[in-house]
Design a protein around this ligand. Structure first.
Ligand SMILES: Cc1cc2nc3c(=O)[nH]c(=O)nc-3n(C[C@H](O)[C@H](O)[C@H](O)COP(=O)(O)O)c2cc1C
Length: 162
């Protein structure tokens, strides 16, 4: 029988770097569980593990950016998807958009957002974010979650599906 972990990988996701800020404190993390959930107002939902450091900053600062990674940015997905990195933002170029959230300068496109509200979602929280501004930054094809293998080490995280 096909494992639940394999079946979930048949769902299509992109790979994004989510930038968060609270005053002088900035951080960013890799996320695949991101989707548009409304036309008017334009809303994105981001599923975020509340134990991520970025969750604290999102809750406090109430702003974030969703940066679309290109197929050439596998290394960035790995970097921002890892914990325990000191000065995680260093070595990457950042822009500041309307809300003040950090924008990854060489991403394919970005969405600059304000946190609307947070819902419970099992072991994650669903951050519903209103898009304030968005722009394309370069040409390219988006990196897909299915191309990252077990980079997020999620294969061992599933229960029995009950
Ligand atoms: C490809 C990939 C996809 C990921 N998707 C998510 C996600 O959708 N939501 C989430 O909370 N964490 C996701 N993660 C895990 C976080 O990026 C990871 O826990 C990160 O270290 C959190 O950073 P922080 O503690 O500095 O905020 C993903 C990691 C990778 C590599």
């Amino acid at each position: 029988m096909t494992e639940l972990a394999d079946l979930f990988k048949t769902l299509s996701h992109g790979v994004y770097v989510i930038g968060v800020s609270d005053g002088e404190h900035h951080n960013a993390f890799t996320a695949a569980w991101v989707m548009q959930v409304s036309f008017n107002p334009p809303l994105l939902a981001i599923s975020i593990n509340p134990s991520n450091y970025s969750y604290q900053l999102l809750q406090a600062g109430k702003i974030c950016s969703v940066n679309v990674l290109t197929q050439q940015q596998y290394a960035a997905a790995e970097h921002f998807g890892s914990g325990g990195i000191k000065d995680k933002m260093a070595g990457y170029d950042w822009l500041s958009a309307e809300t003040g959230a950090p924008i990854l300068a060489n991403s394919l496109a970005y969405f600059d957002c304000r946190l609307s509200h947070v819902c419970d979602a099992g072991d994650h929280k669903l951050a519903i974010c209103q898009v304030i501004a968005a722009a394309k930054l370069q040409d390219g094809k988006p990196l897909l979650y299915s191309q990252t293998g077990d980079m997020d080490k999620s294969d061992g995280l599933y229960g029995k599906g009950e």
